[in-house]
Design a protein. Sequence first.
Length: 378
Amino acid sequence: MMIIGIPKEIKNNENRVAITPAGVVTLKKAGHRVLIEKDAGIGSGFINEDYILAGGEIIANASEVWNDSDMIMKVKEPLASEYGYFRRGLILFTYLHLAAEPALAAALKEKGVVAIAYETVSVNRTLPLLTPMSEVAGRMSILLGTQFLLKNNGGQGILLSGVPGVSRGKVSIIGGGVVGTNAAKMAIGLGADVTIIDMSADRLRQLDDIFGTQIQTLMSNPFNIAKAVAEADLLVGAVLIPGAKAPKLVTEAMVKTMKPGSVIIDVAIDQGGIVETIDKITTHDHPVFEKYGVLHYSVANMPGAAPRTSTMALTNVTIPYALQIANEGLLRAIAGSDALKSGVNVANGSITCEAVAKDLKEEYVSIEKALKQEFLAN
Ligand SMILES: NC(=O)C1=CN([C@@H]2O[C@H](COP(=O)(O)OP(=O)(O)OC[C@H]3O[C@@H](n4cnc5c(N)ncnc54)[C@H](O)[C@@H]3O)[C@@H](O)[C@H]2O)C=CC1
Ligand SMILES: CC(=O)C(=O)O
């Protein structure tokens, strides 16, 4: 039996929660206990009674949830005020984005937490625990961009769809994975003129097969990026190198060529972002800032603004992994699952994800080596 704790999210305007009542039923049926911080689900439309009916236990404060649980499931990375709850052997299962969070990586190492990052769990070169949130954020990027392009929101005052007799707006998407594809779907739906840039020729072929002549595909290189940025009314950053810091593909000089009142939505900001002029993460309270006449949006928890949809989409994919860890115990679950193994970013004081270690300029230690004593004991 494992005790699984669900603290309330404390990041700005983060209304998602790491479990639904349906998830509680699944874990309870397998014999585990689920501790849920009071009101943790309210933002996603789940009240305390929903969790109690599902078999969960409502706990009055965060410290009890953290201290009494074997595994903590969260949505966003712990904030500094939560580092004090870390302890040796605690399993933390959440989004972490450690390449952009060195202080968090240091705290996890120092305290000996085993931290499994949703965003690096990989299956056949896909990222199943990132995909649903990328679907949400990709779709949101166009909805938000459309809003910020309106004059009263500081934009140039255009409709991406145009109207009969007036040009459509131009959307340039850099990165044609899940975020990029979902952004393209929405932008095409609105009738915008859409370009997608990716570095993978195979991916560009797939996009061409999916969207045909509804989009323009371009190979990623500085020349094509500069052109697409200069032409864009709405630019979407959607690049990912799993685990690693995002490359700064859009330079300051490129941003200066954009029309005043154009909009950049850098979805990749959670991995540091791809736009040189974005030097800070923004929040849902104050999502945009202006630089060189261009509105920059850099919220790192975009799906937090669509919590009901996002919580259900996220927990659909996380609960089976949580169940595996709870049923088999951490070591057997990791040993038997390449997916979970790829998710472990920190264990026993070492960084166990190669891309994270490289970006943090830290030593990479394989998970087998980091947990050697424990593996041998089992
Ligand atoms: N801000 C937020 O709230 C959210 C952010 N994200 C982030 O969005 C980013 C994208 O995620 P996904 O679409 O799921 O990743 P993905 O792996 O599906 O797609 C990334 C794409 O980037 C391409 N790429 C890599 N290097 C490139 C380069 N130099 N030039 C052009 N393309 C390049 C890859 O070929 C791939 O097609 C990630 O950082 C993810 O964490 C996802 C959800 C929410
Ligand atoms: C992917 C991520 O960090 C989020 O959904 O907030």
